[in-house]
Design a protein. Structure first.
Length: 139
């Protein structure tokens, strides 16, 4: 994480501390505010597929992790119930991907989030995530 831990709400700091998958992929959580999150991830040699480009599943994973922090930014535990991705350009070894998730709508226990993933100024993927607050969590 690159943020000052004191700047994060406790539930976000705990969520990051327990997110071994994102950490193992070299992701950094760079910003979280209500309904918004930003993350980054370097494209390493173990992330390149047989075509010599970044594996799309890992680009999706970065977008999904960013979406997770944005939809949990309000406090109640929230999870994805569906997501889709569109790849716009290939990702290359050595690229540093940045991902920004923004809340489009939030009503009751459900929310919709738009995520853009970029390599520098190139748009490489867009992601739409639908979230649902877990049962038993306060609205």
């Amino acid at each position: 994480m690159t943020l000052n831990d004191r700047a994060l709400p406790d539930h976000i700091r705990r969520m990051w501390d327990e997110d071994r998958a994102s950490q193992a992929l070299g992701m950094k959580l760079t910003s979280v505010s209500p309904g918004r999150a930003e993350m980054s991830m370097p494209v390493r040699d173990d992330m390149v597929n047989g075509h010599g480009i970044g594996h799309g599943g890992l680009t999706f994973t970065l977008a999904d992790s960013t979406f997770a922090f944005a939809c949990n930014s309000h406090g109640p535990a929230t999870v994805a119930h569906s997501a889709s991705v569109r790849f716009h350009a290939p990702v290359r070894l050595g690229d540093v991907l940045t991902s920004v998730a923004v809340e489009r709508s939030r009503e009751g226990r459900r929310g919709v989030y738009d995520v853009e993933v970029r390599a520098g100024d190139r748009l490489v993927a867009t992601f739409e995530g639908h979230a649902t607050q877990l049962a038993g969590e306060p609205t």
